[in-house]
Write a protein that binds this ligand. Structure first.
Ligand code: ADP
Ligand code: MG
Length: 218
């Protein structure tokens, strides 16, 4: 895979495992090792769970450790507990990626977890429905910072922002910016150079943050 994002050295689980095996290794970790960071975020109990008298079963003994139950510890690059704010999650995990994009790197942010675990809340694809400004999630923050970054560089360089928004459900891909395109016309395939591309998806140009948020909300 092409190098994506330069990140400060972290001790990912992957690296830690390698270190343990080759104790004296002075080899630099590969770019790939440093380019992927894995964080876990636990959400607070929701009202329904509190009504059911559910109890928290996680502990956070360090900023990179979460303990499940009594003694099952898991290590991540970052651990965010139930009182972690959207701002802190964004500033730690995502803001550096947006900066790196302006240096020509690609970036991906992936939220993974079972239904109800907080993916939509964290990514914040429903900006308009969010409570206050503090509640706003990753996507609207990225949009804001991309256009702020472009403004800062005005005169020095010229930028065009294009976006696509797609949904994969039961192996079918839908173009959410062009819902009238039938899913049969859209396919995911691997290009000769190994890149995975979605063909049949059309990008839209966005000239400002509001326009881009509106595109994603419609
Ligand atoms: P998912 O998209 O993974 O299915 P949601 O993002 O819809 O999960 O979250 C499930 C519920 O938990 C929602 O009511 C959401 O508002 C709430 N929630 C999720 N994460 C948090 C959080 N960090 N703080 C407060 N409430 C949260
Ligand atoms: Mg969701």
């Amino acid at each position: 895979a092409p190098p994506t994002v330069p990140m400060p050295p972290t001790t990912s689980h992957h690296e830690a495992a390698v270190d343990a095996e080759e104790d004296q290794s002075t080899e630099d970790p590969t770019v790939e090792d440093l380019a992927v960071r894995v964080a876990v975020r636990a959400r607070p109990l929701v009202a329904k769970e509190r009504l059911e008298r559910a109890r928290e079963c996680l502990a956070y003994p360090s900023p990179t450790t979460v303990v499940l139950g009594k003694n099952r510890a898991f290590h991540f690059d970052e651990v965010f507990g139930p009182d972690s704010e959207q701002t802190r999650v964004y500033d730690n995990l995502v803001a550096p990626l947006v900066d790196a994009c302006f240096d020509g790197y690609n970036a991906t942010v992936l939220a993974y977890g079972q239904t109800g675990s907080g993916k939509t809340y964290t990514m914040g694809s429903m900006a308009a429905h969010a409570g206050g400004d503090d509640e706003v999630g990753v996507i609207p923050r990225v949009i804001r910072d991309i256009f702020a970054g472009i403004d800062k560089r005005r005169g020095a360089s010229e930028c065009t922002v294009r976006c696509a928004f797609l949904e994969v459900h039961n192996e079918e891909v839908r173009d959410l910016l062009h819902p009238d395109v039938t899913t049969k016309k859209i396919s995911v395939r691997e290009r000769a150079d190994g890149a995975i591309v979605v063909s049949g998806i059309r990008e839209c140009e966005a000239r400002g943050a509001e326009e881009m948020v509106r595109l994603l909300e419609n």
